[in-house]
Design a protein around this ligand. Structure first.
Ligand code: PEP
Length: 247
């Protein structure tokens, strides 16, 4: 899977048992083999997702995990161990909505990252700048400080999602040259922190759709996409998978 193109679906706070069933049935029918597909569902639906996707090559995962290491008195929290126990194999970490609404900082995110790794779950670290930061030529500085949480980790593979905040859910996609520039920057930064032959998957996220996914995924330094809104529509996501399978 570390050599494949990736499509991760971030359902955010959407879904119901009935809707998930329909959507997952449609995704399953695409029978992807060349693409690594993952569904990041809300916590209550993780077991349903894992069950429906059992015996397929499609992974189930979550959009976050707890910063607390061990089970205990942390009401409302869901640990990385619990995610693994329910069949989750990956989790997003540091999505901009969590950084924004829950004030998640590097210290918190480093704990989440370590907890995911200790539970053998793949952490997908989300980074990206706001419009204001881009306009002030701060994009690379901001991303560089977000990536600092990787320092000192003894890992040989990591997935990073570059999601410019201004492109998330707006219908505005970063241009392929903007994506390539930032992905190259991230690649070099991450490589300087990990071992030389580290396997790095760089995903782009921000208004990816069936229309633009091929162009984005054939851009240099792009190994996949993190898809929000479009992953909730059966036609969009299945079209997307089918077109990536052909690449
Ligand atoms: C996201 O939330 O990770 C995302 C990329 O959303 P959208 O595809 O809707 O822009």
């Amino acid at each position: 899977m570390w050599q494949k193109k990736w499509i991760l679906c971030n359902w955010k706070m959407n879904g119901s048992i009935a809707k998930n069933f329909q959507l997952l049935s449609a995704v399953k029918q695409t029978q992807p083999t060349a693409t690594y597909i993952g569904i990041a569902s809300p916590y209550p639906y993780l077991l349903q997702t894992s069950e429906i996707l059992r015996d397929t090559q499609i992974a189930s995962g979550t959009q976050d995990c707890s910063r607390f290491k061990t089970a205990g008195a942390y009401s409302g929290e869901v640990s990385a161990q619990m995610i693994a126990d329910c069949g989750g194999t990956f989790t997003l970490i540091g999505h901009s909505e969590r950084r924004n609404y829950f004030s998640e900082n590097n210290e918190t995110l480093r704990c989440k990252l370590e907890n995911a790794l200790n539970a053998s779950i793949i952490p997908v670290l989300c980074v990206g700048e706001t419009l204001n930061e881009r306009e002030n030529n701060q994009a690379e500085n901001v991303i560089s400080s977000q990536l600092e949480i990787l320092k000192g980790l003894n890992i040989s593979q990591i997935a990073i999602a570059y999601e410019p905040v201004w492109a998330i859910g707006t219908g505005v996609t970063a241009s392929t040259s903007q994506i390539e520039t930032i992905h190259k920057f991230i690649y070099n930064e991450v490589l300087s922190m990990l071992c030389k032959d580290a396997n790095i998957r760089l995903l782009y996220g921000g208004s990816v759709s069936a229309k633009n996914v091929q162009e984005i995924l054939t851009t240099q330094y792009v190994d996949g996409a993190l898809v929000g809104g479009a992953s909730l529509k059966a036609d969009e996501i299945t079209d997307m998978i089918v077109s990536i399978e052909k690449l």
